[in-house]
Design a protein. Structure first.
Length: 181
């Protein structure tokens, strides 16, 4: 059985289109994550084939066709990539939504549900928007910490924020699962 990853809230007819789907090259090399909407187009045009379907089964229907929502798809033709974009490092710029996804919407101070992002070294003191300086935070923790460092606020981080390398982790799992089958 190939890798399945969990992502966010329960899938509904209103939100399935925004779900991430892992795109593999024809050689099973992880390329990137694309939106489910694009994955369905690739499947229907024959440009890709499903590798892993979402569990539990979630149907995508049109008037004449029904397919399972994919978790991972593979291109039917090999795409040569002259160069690969390097994975982000801890000092590279991060976006606020990406930080929330990296931290699984969990507060880095209390592990509660997080909807905001906190600068560990406050922006007012020159804190950058980098992976190592941003952490998901719930509203109360973000307000409590305010314009201070965690040490000054008497708060401690539950984990050290780092740049994500989700594609590499998922690629290792794909190779492991393929070797086992």
């Amino acid at each position: 059985m190939l890798f399945r990853h969990s992502q966010g809230p329960e899938i509904t007819a209103d939100n399935w289109i925004h779900r991430g789907v892992l795109l593999l090259n024809a050689s099973f090399e992880a390329l990137t994550e694309i939106r489910a909407e694009r994955a369905v187009v690739l499947l229907l045009t024959g440009s890709a084939e499903p590798v892993v379907d979402h569990e539990p089964y979630f149907p995508i229907r049109s008037k004449d066709v029904e397919i399972a929502l994919p978790e991972t798809i593979r291109l039917t033709r090999y795409i040569y990539l002259e160069h690969r974009i390097l994975a982000p490092d801890d000092n590279s710029r991060a976006t606020l939504p990406a930080v929330l996804r990296r931290d699984h919407f969990r507060c880095g101070y209390c592990s509660g549900w997080a909807r905001t992002v906190d600068h560990i070294k406050p922006r007012s003191r020159g804190g950058p928007n980098t992976w190592a300086n941003l952490i998901a935070a719930c509203g109360p923790c973000n307000t409590t910490k305010a314009d201070r460092t965690p040490e000054e606020a008497g708060m401690r981080l539950l984990w050290e924020p780092k740049a994500p390398n989700d594609i590499a982790r998922r690629q290792r799992q794909v190779w492991k699962d393929l070797a086992a089958s």
